[in-house]
Design a protein around this ligand. Structure first.
Ligand SMILES: Nc1nc2c(c(=O)[nH]1)N[C@H]1C(S)=C(S)[C@@H](COP(=O)(O)OP(=O)(O)OC[C@H]3O[C@@H](n4cnc5c(=O)[nH]c(N)nc54)[C@H](O)[C@@H]3O)O[C@H]1N2
Ligand SMILES: Nc1nc2c(c(=O)[nH]1)N[C@H]1C(S)=C(S)[C@@H](COP(=O)(O)OP(=O)(O)OC[C@H]3O[C@@H](n4cnc5c(=O)[nH]c(N)nc54)[C@H](O)[C@@H]3O)O[C@H]1N2
Ligand SMILES: [Mo]
Length: 786
């Protein structure tokens, strides 16, 4: 793919805090470039406000009393990206064939602007041509009727509202399919599986109020400064109250180190930033199981000594006895590992684990925050459950200021699950759906994301409908998947911007442009409202505030209704698609009828200041697990991969994590800077420990290709990339997603949750050949590689 390297590529360590002037500058640059404020100057003031719209970026909680500007650098970028004045109209496709566009970068495709009209792929000219909405619905409906339901997949990316998501899963099921994969299959599915088993709810238990009451916060594998920056405000307040924050991350992420609030004039002009983490432990990639076992081992020992000396216990024995099961085998597991093993596998000295344990033991109300660094591993589910074990040792679930806090990704990804987007029919109220809508919910388990990919490779999946997202770019094993994907008989993509998935249209490709969340959604002349659920299980109502990017756009709700009406035959179900399309309050009524406990009185409650919380039994210490207790779960083994030497000094195979820069939202690439990590103008880099660089015979600045070190008969390779010597544990490396997705074998996923193990890909390095152009650019900059 072209233009991965920008003419101004350079690497320079970043010494400032997260937020601050760097953030303000970055926001202004993108607002200016997209000319977004010219079109909708008030939009930023409405972001995350009771009378405004839910930010389209991350799923972090929205406070009841928001700041004047309740958004962050990356939220502002996401808004500007959607409100851009630029357009990708039918004339654009008249000028460019899809073969040509496949050489464009992710950034250039989306940056060209908003899609404006429905399009259909024309094989003869290799172009998208405009069509009418009616033709699109009719012909897609005809094809769907011809295919059998188990051959069709209904993907959802995690942005669509509760209303659209509820309709989407109903459409799929009335049609006859539970094939409802979504982005959480690549994201927090390890959390949903792990937490459900451990504490009887699939979601986190922490709310914003808990941040005000906690006395200790642990952070595992989440990059708050780039990926949920609004959380820096409650973290900053917590630090000011003296709350310790203990971080486990292979990289020293700037947002976890220091923060200057860009919305505080005093802080912006003053010399001080808030130190966020009081302890920072650079655990090896995949080393967290061992690290938490080390902390737990210390706690056991402290408890033993306290008992001998007649001091108060360190563990909460009353809680463990009354509320948990599995403690004895957890203790047995802890005792089975020597400190030498735990040090080797975690990459941390014993003293580091003891330091974390000491603070944990002193604290009465501990919260534990985590992200993709935990879930995207072969041991993703075990990681999540190990974190819960730690909390259970001192009764840190089900009391104020304590609990588990997975930071979700897409702004409504948690809500989509709540209203039925799941491949597992056992997770939806089948009786209610059947009684209300007069159809039989299919009993067969549907396909999640990895299963869908396997089905596409095998040819058993013949049609794909995407409600948002960039599936073909976000999944693993992209160079194996792309050729298979081209065989799809039907490919329907509902989207706001052009992306690589759209450039492989299969045999019959449709591109249906929809309204973004920030835009006013008028049905029969009346502006509609909608709702979402954030990362803390809090539900909110929202309205768009900007004029639509084009008069031809349709709302996601309208598109789903149109497709459903054209597909389902009379008598197949009794669902009032047209009435729902005209009045979203009726959809919410239907949601409340199916899920009364959560959604009763939705129409008033969703407008309460700060929204409302869905009931979570675990918060009341009611454990809806198999045993009726909270569960200590013992991890099977500590090794991430059998293929990688446990001793970092001897590895020619490095453990690669693929992650986000500060200038992207998933596959949406806003730009080529990763300010906090000191990278400017390029994404073609691999971060390595200096000792590994030398040991493997390279010097910083060398160009290398990365090759997957397992399954040698399949060549998986990406590059060339330039080596940056970086502060990362020996034996570990990091590079950017989605460019590296071709390296991840499809089968290399978490046990049980099937989340691709994007944070632990065993790779080897091979001298790479930069193009003459790349070299010239790099030399012209005289760049400094540190
Ligand atoms: N601006 C912006 N915001 C976003 C997104 C975005 O792309 N851009 N994406 C959204 C989505 S969908 C999601 S899921 C979230 C993702 O947000 P994050 O969960 O922060 O995801 P990543 O950027 O992939 O970074 C994961 C972090 O885990 C660390 N890590 C990797 N491996 C390990 C490990 O083995 N152990 C430990 N302890 N740490 C590890 C990495 O160093 C990195 O800091 O953000 C959401 N918000
Ligand atoms: N290697 C590696 N792979 C990963 C990850 C990783 O860390 N490493 N992270 C994984 C994670 S956590 C996730 S969540 C997935 C993300 O996977 P996806 O959710 O599939 O991808 P996105 O990049 O978020 O999708 C971007 C596209 O969504 C469309 N879009 C934007 N807004 C709207 C809207 O309002 N409506 C509609 N209909 N379309 C819209 C635009 O056309 C845009 O091009 O990727 C996963 N893949
Ligand atoms: Mo995600």
């Amino acid at each position: 793919m072209s233009s991965l390297i920008h003419p101004h590529a350079r690497f320079k360590p970043y010494h400032s805090a997260a937020g601050g002037w760097g953030s303000a500058h970055s926001v202004m640059t993108i607002l200016w470039r997209e000319q977004a404020l010219a079109k909708s100057p008030k939009a930023l003031f409405k972001q995350n406000k009771p009378d405004g719209f839910a930010c389209v970026s991350c799923a972090w909680a929205k406070p009841g009393n928001p700041h004047a500007l309740e958004f962050c650098e990356n939220g502002a970028k996401a808004t500007a990206w959607e409100l851009t004045s630029l357009r990708t109209e039918p004339e654009f496709f008249a000028r460019h064939t899809l073969s040509e566009l496949r050489s464009w970068s992710d950034h250039d495709l989306e940056q060209h602007g908003r899609l404006t009209e429905p399009l259909r792929y024309d094989r003869a000219s290799d172009r998208y041509l405009p069509v009418s909405w009616e033709q699109a619905y009719r012909e897609i409906g005809q094809t769907l009727r011809r295919l059998s339901p188990e051959q069709v997949v209904f993907y959802a990316s995690g942005r669509a509202s509760l209303e659209a998501s509820f309709m989407y899963q109903l459409f799929a099921r009335a049609y006859g399919s539970n094939n409802l994969p979504d982005s959480s299959n690549m994201c927090h599915e390890s959390t949903s599986v792990g937490l459900q088993e451990s504490i009887g709810v699939p979601v986190g238990t922490v709310t914003l109020e808990d941040f005000e009451q906690t006395d200790c916060i642990f952070f595992f594998g989440q990059n708050v400064g780039s990926n949920s920056p609004r959380m820096l405000h409650p973290l900053q307040h917590a630090r000011r109250r003296g709350v310790p924050i203990i971080t486990f991350n292979p990289l020293r992420e700037r947002g976890l180190e220091r923060f200057v609030n860009p919305q505080s004039p005093r802080e912006m002009l003053g010399p001080d930033s808030t130190v966020i983490s009081s302890q920072y432990h650079q655990v090896a990639i995949g080393g967290d199981l061992a690290a938490v076992l080390g902390i737990s081992k210390t706690l056991l020992e402290m408890d033993r000594v306290a008992h001998v000396e007649g001091r108060p216990a360190v563990l909460d024995h009353a809680f463990i006895a009354e509320h948990t099961e599995g403690f004895a085998s957890f203790v047995e597991q802890i005792n089975s590992y020597s400190w030498a093993t735990l040090e080797q596998r975690s990459g941390l000295p014993r003293a580091a684990m003891e330091a974390a344990a000491t603070v944990y033991a002193r604290s009465e109300r501990v919260m534990l925050v985590f992200g993709m660094g935990m879930t995207q591993h072969r041991h993703g589910v075990a990681n999540v459950q190990m974190l819960v074990n730690l909390l259970l040792l001192r009764g840190n679930i089900g009391k104020p200021g304590a609990g588990v806090c997975p930071v979700r990704g897409h702004s409504n990804v948690q809500g989509q699950r709540t209203v039925g987007i799941t491949e597992d029919p056992a997770k939806v109220p089948v009786d209610k759906i059947e009684a209300l809508f007069a159809f039989k919910v299919p009993e067969q388990m549907g396909l999640a994301t990895v299963d869908t990919c396997e089905g596409i490779l095998a040819g058993s999946v013949k049609a794909f409908i995407g409600l948002g997202g960039n599936f073909l770019r976000a999944i693993p094993d992209t160079s194996r998947m792309e050729p298979a994907w081209a065989n799809l008989e039907l490919n329907v993509q509902v989207a706001t911007k052009l992306n690589r998935t759209h450039l492989l249209p299969g045999r019959d490709g449709w591109l249906l442009p929809c309204l973004g969340r920030i835009e006013i959604d008028r049905q029969d002349g009346v502006a509609q409202s909608y709702s979402t659920e954030d990362s803390t299980g809090c539900l909110h109502g929202w309205r768009g505030t900007a004029e639509p990017a084009s008069e031809h756009l349709r709302a996601e709700v309208a598109i789903i209704a149109g497709l459903a009406e054209a597909t389902l035959t009379a008598g197949q179900a009794n669902i009032p698609w047209d009435a729902w399309r005209r009045d979203y309050a009726l959809i919410r009524e239907a949601i409340a009828a199916v899920y009364p406990q959560i959604f009763h009185d939705m129409e008033t409650r969703m407008w309460q200041r700060g929204g409302f919380h869905r009931p979570l039994p675990a918060c009341e210490r009611q454990w809806q697990t198999e045993s009726g207790k909270a569960q200590f779960v013992t991890a099977g083994r500590l090794d991430e991969d059998d293929d990688v030497s446990v001793s970092p000094e001897r590895r020619d195979v490095l453990q690669l994590m693929t992650l986000r820069s500060n200038d992207q939202f998933n596959t949406t690439i806003y730009g080529y800077d990763d300010r906090f990590r000191g990278v400017h103008g390029t994404r073609s880099v691999v971060f390595m420990n200096r000792s590994d660089v030398t040991r493997l015979g390279f010097v910083p600045g060398d160009w290398v290709n990365l090759r997957t070190a397992v399954e040698p008969d399949v060549r998986r390779e990406v590059g060339p990339m330039q080596i940056i010597a970086y502060d990362i544990p020996a034996g570990c490396a990091a590079a950017y997603y989605p460019e590296c997705n071709a390296l991840i074998p499809l089968w290399h996923h978490a046990e049980r949750s099937k989340v691709p193990a994007a944070k632990s890909v065993p790779v080897t390095l091979h001298p790479g050949q930069p193009s003459a152009q790349d070299l010239q650019r790099a030399l012209a900059q005289g760049e400094q590689i540190v």
